[in-house]
Design a protein around this ligand. Structure first.
Ligand SMILES: [Zn+2]
Length: 369
């Protein structure tokens, strides 16, 4: 029997964490130029800082994709203002770069999967991929967003690699892509703030500690459970297919964690040790293959209390293998992960998906024996 794996890619957010350190009478900031424009911006800023504040660092060392700490003397109001304005400009430049969508022909280059794309490009890609591969990809329409944009799920099969073939022979895999926003785009009635945190909008200890009822909060739970068309579409899909859905994975960024229920309470789920064993193995494999550390465990214990998440809701619906992955990184770039890191982040997530799917397969086969 074929069962379903649902991988939900939820939303990313705009936020910023700035790396900075200060020594005794020296202050530093990180220049991490991703583009040539940023290199030249950093060099110019550094040049004027050096002239005015006495840094010894040569501008020649500032190069693309080579983060450098620039040091300037502290305590002079000038250095403070300058480094703050550079920091601000870098933040602005990085924000622009990382949120910019590369809107050229989505199939034009082999590095398509290492760039960010607009929703229109993603739709185009979904269309072409399904048209070019009618035997291996189908598209389902699940509903539409607040802005009436379609919510698609891709169902795929392929057999390039034996583990993948084994997984896809046994599971149907559905992927719901999404991009960039932490909250959806809905406007609360009379409110000046936009958006509900969809991962607080499901009916799992809805709007208790770890969520906010204030529409301006980043963790606003919405006016009632499933108040949003996006969470409703996902919940309806899961309700309709709940007897077939074997694994549910909600993929987020960031913090490098492999989590399972509950996030909405500190209570342990009945198959806690089974789920722990799965994420532990996945984390070990990631460390071995990609030399990257992922923390793992039950959500509430590992990250924080977060009620109203789709993973907890799916678990309570009866999907006993329910997970949330928090992808790279641990805060340096945060939600603005540079395109050059996409490949590695995807490979890590894929390794975790494969590890868990194979484990579940093993268990269900044992149960049938
Ligand atoms: Zn998350």
């Amino acid at each position: 029997m074929k069962v379903l794996v649902l991988i939900l890619v939820l939303v990313l957010v705009l936020d910023w964490s700035e790396a900075g350190l200060s020594l005794n009478n020296v202050t530093s900031f990180v220049c991490d130029a991703q583009t040539l424009e940023q290199v030249s911006f950093c060099r110019t800023s550094h040049f004027s800082l050096r002239r005015r504040c006495g840094s010894r660092f040569s501008s020649e060392f500032i190069q693309q994709n080579k983060p450098v700490h620039l040091f300037v003397q502290k305590n002079s109001s000038e250095s403070k203002n300058s480094s703050e304005s550079v920091r601000g400009k870098m933040k602005e430049a990085r924000l622009l770069h990382q949120t910019r969508n590369d809107s050229s022909d989505p199939r034009s280059s082999s590095s398509f999967y290492e760039r960010y794309h607009s929703l229109d490009d993603i739709y185009l890609w979904i269309n072409r991929t399904s048209q070019d591969n009618p035997a291996s990809v189908t598209v389902l329409l699940l509903g539409s967003s607040f802005e009436k944009r379609p919510i698609y799920a891709l169902k795929g099969f392929y057999d390039h690699n034996s583990e993948m073939k084994k997984i896809l022979d046994s599971f149907d895999v559905f992927v719901l892509p999404n991009r960039m926003w932490r909250k959806n785009r809905s406007v609360s009635p009379g409110g000046r703030c936009v958006g509900v945190d969809l991962n607080r909008n499901f009916d799992a200890n809805w709007c208790t500690q770890g969520a906010s009822s204030s529409p301006c909060s980043e963790i606003y739970c919405g006016s009632f459970p499933e108040s949003e068309p996006e969470s409703q579409a996902v919940a309806n899909f899961l309700r309709t297919h709940k007897d077939l859905v074997q694994i549910y994975i909600s993929i987020h960024s960031y913090s490098q964690m492999l989590l399972f229920p509950f996030s909405c309470s500190r209570e342990q789920v009945p198959n806690h040790s089974e789920l722990l064993e799965m994420v532990e193995e996945a984390a070990h494999k990631i460390r071995r293959h990609y030399r990257n550390n992922y923390r793992y465990g039950a959500g509430a214990e590992t990250i924080y209390l977060a009620p109203g998440g789709s993973d907890d809701w799916a678990y309570n619906l009866g999907i006993k293998y329910s997970f949330t992955f928090e992808l790279q990184d641990t805060g340096r770039f945060g939600f603005l992960l540079p395109p050059s890191h996409i490949g590695k982040a995807c490979n890590e997530a894929l390794l975790a998906v494969k590890t868990i799917a194979l484990k579940v397969l093993q268990k269900t086969q044992q149960d049938q024996d």
